[in-house]
Design a protein around this ligand. Structure first.
Ligand SMILES: [Fe+2]
Ligand SMILES: [Fe+2]
Length: 193
């Protein structure tokens, strides 16, 4: 038995900056909305959403070792930029912070919210989309949001988001992470999360 959503929300509020907490509230809300639309468990989506960035300020040079000690595969891009491991750290600490064992798919979802993965599952898809689209995100226009949410499936929405990201990556000369490219190809080939 783990603590309630309300207790977890209060705990997360103490762990991160107010602006990041506001973002997390937005992610929880959009996650719940997406879960309801696609017949998933709204409570689970909200719980994962509020927690996803709890370790946003904790990832550092030790994170690679900690993740590996807990059996989490670390991607090369994460090794170069440990900040990306804040989702993996959240997966490591989820049971402890929830004060009880949470289902494995909660941990899988938070682990992969940063780069995405073909193994992130439907709840990973939900939090990934919510993370990008929550109302506090100023990089998106209302039209962008509409375009994303007009997707008929979670997979469609991820492709729309990744196409937007790819435009920025190209402009700024950033290489997409291997695990992200793999996700993109997986969905394009008809894969379901
Ligand atoms: Fe994050
Ligand atoms: Fe986030």
């Amino acid at each position: 038995m783990s603590i309630s959503y309300t207790s977890l929300e209060a705990k997360v509020q103490r762990m991160i900056k107010p602006s990041r907490f506001q973002h997390s509230l937005g992610v929880a809300e959009v996650s719940s909305m997406l879960a309801s639309r696609f017949d998933l468990d709204t409570g689970a989506a909200e719980y994962i959403g509020i927690y996803h960035d709890a370790y946003r300020y904790s990832a550092d040079g030790n994170s690679v070792r900690i993740c590996r000690e807990h059996g989490i595969d670390v991607f090369p891009e994460e090794e170069l930029n440990p900040m990306l491991l804040h989702g993996a750290l959240a997966a490591v600490h989820f049971d402890e912070d929830a004060e009880g064992e949470v289902p494995g798919y909660y941990k899988t979802a938070v682990r992969h919210h940063t780069l995405g993965s073909k193994d992130m599952g439907p709840y990973g898809a939900v939090v990934y989309i919510a993370d990008y689209t929550e109302p506090g995100r100023k990089h998106l226009t209302d039209e962008d949001r509409e375009r994303i949410f007009s997707g008929e499936s979670l997979e469609d929405m991820i492709i729309t988001i990744m196409d937007m990201q790819r435009k920025y990556f190209r402009r700024d000369g950033i290489a997409e992470a291997g695990v992200s490219t793999e996700l993109y190809s997986f969905i394009k080939d008809g894969g379901k999360l």
